[in-house]
Design a binder for this molecule. Structure first.
Ligand SMILES: [Zn+2]
Length: 315
């Protein structure tokens, strides 16, 4: 289960969800058929649905669903990939001995005398069925990018009216999907980790959802740690360079003016800075230990720099 892409992981999980109700089985099978299937009418009496997928778990799912609803024999053939690391394709044929109009209609494949364009009303009336239909469509034609790279999910639809209805149906599940036309095919897509998480939850892929959230937290934490480290380094560099500059000014005062000529309150701070050029104001306050505040120290150091600038205006 850990092998493969995130998309594989989600499909492997979603294709194994236990379904309690026939209404949802029908809706999921319908989604699968609409996304990855075609109805084949041969010259004889035989009618068959052909489905093609590169996920063995999805192929098994199709067979299980159809077996639980209808008495159609299933045939599976595997097309082995010639490419190294290429995916095999699984072709599932659900064979009807006769033209089973009732079943084909219930599955929302035909409407009236013609092929259905939209989604059959009875398949999207209940929320449980809308989720099941969406799961079927995703199993058949969906994919998700690697979440460490981008948050992008898409479903390839065959026809625009179907894509439109699917987007509307997804909206009733809180999913803000959009359509983009690529190579004359409507692509339904979701962007952003929240929307993808929502879809995973809707199709019941809860382990994948947890994995996505863990990845996201890790990503955010890594970002925060980097930001903190960068921020600390920047602050540290700033403190050190300020301290060095102040020590330089104090040395100048000592040379040109003599330390004994400056106010004892300033001198105390000047000596502390001179012996600890890298110390922060807080550390200087501790070194001095005379109850002088950090802002008091800061004020005196500025005063010292002013004096130094008076001695060497180009400083
Ligand atoms: Zn249902």
């Amino acid at each position: 289960m850990a092998s493969g892409t995130f998309s594989d992981r989600v499909k492997n999980e979603a294709a194994r969800i236990k379904l309690e109700k026939d209404c949802c089985r029908l809706a999921e099978l319908s989604g699968l058929l609409r996304a990855a299937g075609s109805l084949q009418l041969s010259s004889g009496q035989q009618t068959a649905f052909h489905l093609s997928t590169d996920h063995p778990a999805v192929a098994r799912r199709i067979i299980q669903l159809s077996r639980s609803l209808f008495d159609w024999p299933a045939e599976t053939t595997v097309q082995r990939s010639n490419r190294l690391g290429g995916k095999n394709r699984y072709l599932v044929r659900l064979v009807m001995q006769r033209w089973d109009e009732d079943a084909i209609r219930k599955l929302g494949i035909i409407k009236g005398r013609s092929m259905a364009v939209g989604i059959r009303a009875s398949l999207k009336r209940r929320q449980c069925c809308r989720r099941a239909f969406l799961r079927g469509v995703f199993l058949g034609a969906g994919s998700i990018s690697r979440p460490d790279k981008a948050y992008h999910l898409e479903i390839i639809a065959n026809q625009e009216p179907f894509a439109q209805e699917l987007v509307e149906m997804m909206a009733t599940l809180g999913l803000n999907a959009r359509i983009h036309i690529r190579k004359q095919k409507p692509i339904i897509y979701l962007k952003g980790v929240e929307q993808i998480a929502e879809l995973l939850s809707m199709i019941g892929a809860h382990n994948s959802l947890l994995y996505l959230q863990e990845l996201r937290i890790m990503k955010e934490m890594r970002g925060n740690v980097n930001r903190l480290v960068n921020c600390d380094t920047a602050n540290l560099e700033k403190t050190v360079s300020t301290g060095l500059r102040q020590a330089e000014s104090i040395r100048l005062i000592a040379e040109r003016l003599g330390m004994e000529r400056i106010d004892p309150k300033l001198r105390q701070v000047a000596e502390a800075r001179l012996s600890h050029p890298e110390a922060t104001l807080g550390e200087l306050a501790e070194i001095l230990g005379t109850g002088i505040s950090r802002s008091g120290i800061n004020h005196r150091l500025r005063r010292l720099e002013q004096i130094a600038r008076g001695l060497a205006p180009d400083l």
